[in-house]
Design a protein around this ligand. Structure first.
Ligand SMILES: Nc1ncnc2c1ncn2[C@@H]1O[C@H](COP(=O)(O)OP(=O)(O)OP(=O)(O)O)[C@@H](O)[C@H]1O
Length: 233
């Protein structure tokens, strides 16, 4: 579904990503792990064409999008949920969802507000509430739900559990597992293993913009020295 090879990325003169490889099969849930500043968000930005300069190859759904615009990549079915929750604070939950609506896509689950309310039950209870009057966790769920309204085949979720209360983290994990059951491919960036081990099949660890580990979650759990060297506790 997504094949990223030898990805390099820059912010101005600063060379941030060095030869990052990342493969995601159909229906896979992959964790992109690493401490603060390791390059996780930059990797996502590079994949969706939001970085000033990038090199390497990115093949999405059999199509080379290495030099495609963000608009074209999203239109091709790649959804991106950035770390900062970009909801429309002056619009209601329902209106925020409508903003994300795209036509159904072959080979991807088709989402409607009702289906999304089943996935995120607490959003259903506040469908007329303004985005600006929701908690951080609710806004995070709304951002994911709005991205799903575009009926993507793969989603990149940048630190979906960050700053959430434990109960909300659990709800988020259930929602992501339900997305996986629908056949979506998912990449989740996280600083530690706690959340990732609940939902992910495989992990890729970044440090200083380089891949330091790539394997299954079970393989990673058997290597505590890797976890200690590269992950937040
Ligand atoms: N706009 C920018 N301009 C210059 N350097 C940047 C910019 N954004 C990030 N960086 C640098 O790029 C490196 C990777 O940052 P990135 O945000 O990708 O890390 P991350 O793994 O996502 O961490 P975090 O958990 O903090 O989001 C860091 O050294 C950071 O300081």
């Amino acid at each position: 579904m997504l094949e990223v090879g030898a990805l390099n990325g820059w912010y101005g003169p600063a060379h941030i990503l060095s030869d990052v490889d990342l493969d995601v099969g159909t229906g896979d849930v992959v964790a992109l792990l690493g401490r603060n500043g390791a390059g996780k968000s930059t990797t996502f930005k590079a994949i969706v064409g939001l970085l000033g300069k990038r090199t390497g190859h990115i093949v999405f759904d059999g199509r080379d999008v290495s030099t495609a615009s963000t608009h074209a990549i999203v239109r091709a079915g790649l959804g991106y949920v950035p770390e900062d929750r970009r909801i429309f604070t002056e619009l209601s939950v329902m209106e925020n969802l409508e903003v994300g609506r795209q036509p159904p896509r072959a080979d991807a689950p088709t989402w409607t507000p009702d289906r999304l309310f089943a996935l995120f039950p607490n959003l259903a209870e506040m469908r007329n509430r303004l985005g600006g009057r929701m908690s951080g966790g609710e806004q995070q769920m709304l951002t994911i739900a709005r991205t799903l309204m575009g009926n993507p085949r793969l989603v990149l979720l940048d630190e979906p559990s960050e700053g959430l209360a434990p109960k909300i983290v659990e709800e988020m994990a259930h929602a992501i597992l339900a997305m996986k059951r629908e056949g979506l491919s998912i990449v989740i960036s996280e600083q530690n293993l706690h959340f990732a081990r609940l939902i992910c099949d495989r992990a890729v660890i970044l440090e200083s913009g380089r891949v330091r580990f790539s394997g299954t979650i079970a393989e990673l759990e058997a290597r505590p020295e890797i976890r200690d060297a590269y992950l937040a506790l």
